[in-house]
Design a protein around this ligand. Sequence first.
Ligand code: GDD
Ligand code: MG
Length: 354
Amino acid sequence: MKAVILIGGKGTRLRPLTCDAPKPLLPVVNRPFLEYQFEILRRHGIREVRLCTSYRPADFKNAFGNGRRLGMKLSYIHEKEPLGTGGAVRNASEGLNDTFLVLNGDVLNTLDITSFLKFHRKNRAEASLALTRVKDPTLYGLVETAEDGRVKRFLEKPSWDEIVTNTINAGAYLFEPGVMKLIPPGVPHSLERSLFPQLLQGRSRMYGYVTPGYWIDIGTVEKYLQVHLDILGGATPFPVPASKLRPGLALGRKVKLGKNLTPAADGGKAALGDGGTVGDFARFSGRVCVGPNGRIGKGASLEDCVVLAGARIGDGAQLKRCVVGPDCVIGANSIVSEGSALAGGSEVRPFSLL
Ligand code: GDD
Ligand code: MG
């Protein structure tokens, strides 16, 4: 089976981080996010993937090329003007004459693609949607199903008074190629707002498959931080990359550690990327990720935060529940607090309060 991944969005809710990189390439625990999706696809024997690009297409080609390094066979389909999720899938479906898988390029979960396909076949479905349960369905596509799994209603970004269930569209679909005839070619189109309601109206066989286990859409700064905390805290089946492990620390290659560090306690963990340095008396708590060549100053304290590649955190600075973009310089004794997200290359002078 072949797969299509939608990666053309501008990632506006993840600005400023997506000003310099598309969302699916942002590092998640020091690996480009899409590599997690490739890993899941490979586990289920899928290697051939069509990537639907629009925003910053060259970045993807530079990162993955034809995919051989990753054991994948990648091709790129570019939209000059974004065609929406429907237009993108319609484009990518050219020449496909068998059931195919579509993934949103910003979701991390442990979808069992093999069981999903069995479910699709058993129901003789024309379209199957993976579903997950969330606390706040207003941010997603609400999917109401009958007891046998048949989809009764699809409502994108419902308001609170429209919530009738907690199952939402998890951003993974199986389609029969015939369904694509309903999408007009070359014009913007939405799967969620047009195709799915249209399939329901026409009484097409559309089924919802509830996927158990971990699921997250990394599309906001809060969720981008959260996926790091979850991976570092062991809440997902994805390992923390490390060439050396110490209590509370997962170290990349050539990391220089100062004296008298306080590592995270109580199951917390700090992942330090290749070539990083940590000054004497620095303190880590909770779950912290520092990108390659990050520099943490003497006596700095970091709690539940993400520091991207090449950023420098000054002596005595304090960071909590924030994301520091690549190559930022945080002056000594500054405080960067909850919810902050600093654009790549930002410079913050000593003693700043953010
Ligand atoms: N090629 C291309 N062209 N890709 C696009 C375009 C486009 O015009 N617009 C969006 N995408 C890609 C994004 O890059 C992302 O990977 C995916 O499509 C979904 O877009 P988002 O902007 O992240 O949508 P969302 O998170 O608000 O909602 C979608 O995902 C939810 C699950 O995470 C919907 O599918 C919801 O129904 C769903 O619940
Ligand atoms: Mg999304």
